[in-house]
Design a binder for this molecule. Structure first.
Ligand code: SF4
Ligand code: SF4
Length: 137
């Protein structure tokens, strides 16, 4: 499971190895997308956290217990519909069933409400039709 969040560190937490602890104690992989941290000041990290759901929940609870504000980031996935050839590759990759193809029209349909922003469709589309944008929610 992948979750995008903004981590806001209070002044007294920026020097602690909280992100290191996420990796070592909770087996969470961290992909830092954007960082705004200065020594001695509060800081923000936009990150993707990847782990088993339970480990992810435990790791986020650990951050919150240590004074870090964890803000979910909503991701907006879209695709360029006019070029879609309805090959179904992205449907196979989308385990949340946000992408479907079926009767009666056998065309690709996207349900944003089911999208968990895992980005697997971005890699699976041979025509590279998918885009992802981030916005703090
Ligand atoms: S980002 Fe993931 S859940 Fe969303 S449409 Fe693509 S494959 Fe499906
Ligand atoms: S993989 Fe790309 S071309 Fe194929 S159905 Fe999905 S969006 Fe359309």
């Amino acid at each position: 499971m992948i979750q995008k969040v903004v981590l806001s560190f209070p002044v007294d937490a920026t020097d602690r190895s909280l992100t290191y602890d996420l990796v070592k104690q909770y087996d969470i992989r961290i992909n830092i997308l954007k960082a705004e941290i200065q020594a001695g000041k509060s800081g923000n990290l936009l990150v993707e956290l990847e782990a088993e759901p339970q480990k992810l929940d435990e790791g986020i609870a650990y951050l919150i217990a240590n004074g870090v504000t964890v803000s979910p980031v909503s991701s907006k996935v879209s695709y360029d519909e006019k070029w879609c050839i309805h090959c179904g590759n992205c449907v196979s990759a989308c385990f949340s069933h946000a992408l479907t193809i079926g009767a009666p029209d056998w065309k690709l349909h996207f349900n944003p409400d089911k999208c968990i922003a895992c980005k697997l469709c971005l890699k699976s589309c041979p025509l590279k039709l998918f885009r992802i944008e981030f916005a703090e929610s």
